[in-house]
Write a protein of this length. Structure first.
Length: 168
């Protein structure tokens, strides 16, 4: 794999590209008095120009309660079909901003919040990434597999894709 280096703007663009492509990632919070993280799948609402990733969550959720006590989070995005993966560590902030809730609101949200977009339990969750690492193949899973087999047979070390730290 190539090890790519990105400047701040390129790093944020690459992060946004992968998160937007995959959409649903696992967000891991760290419960008090537990040796293990608590992970839940969440759909991102937006990756803003500063590289912050926005979600909507409930004030009644374990995720919300965990972040109130420990603002450190880890995010994991995986698209196994295209061999694209992203690992992010960051700091979470819980907010209540009705204008932003209105911006993100859609019909799907109604299944989570019965009282609609004015539900008092709706919270915005903003993740400010502190570091990120990606793995990205230029071909499909099948293409990567054949490159691996060819490398094994020929002893060649052809490139299987790219990976690197993202400056975020």
């Amino acid at each position: 794999m190539n090890d790519n280096k990105f400047d701040l703007t390129e790093g944020r663009e690459k992060l946004k590209e992968i998160v937007d492509k995959i959409d649903v990632g696992m967000i891991c919070t760290f419960p008090e008095n537990s040796d293990y993280p608590h992970g839940v799948p969440m759909s991102r609402q937006e990756v803003d120009d500063q590289g912050n990733i926005w979600y909507i969550c409930s004030a009644d959720s374990d995720t919300h309660r965990n972040i109130e006590k420990n603002d450190k989070v880890s995010l994991f995005y995986a698209d196994a079909k295209n061999y694209t993966f992203l690992s992010i560590n960051g700091t979470a902030t819980l907010l209540r901003d009705q204008a932003r809730i209105d911006k993100y609101w859609n019909k799907f949200m109604e299944s989570w919040f019965e009282k609609g977009k004015d539900d008092p339990n709706i919270r915005l969750l903003r993740v400010d990434p502190t570091d990120a690492h990606y793995w990205d193949s230029d071909s499909s899973k099948i293409g990567t597999f054949f490159t691996m087999v060819k490398n094994m047979v020929t002893g060649d070390h052809s490139d299987l894709g790219k990976e690197g730290d993202l400056n975020v």
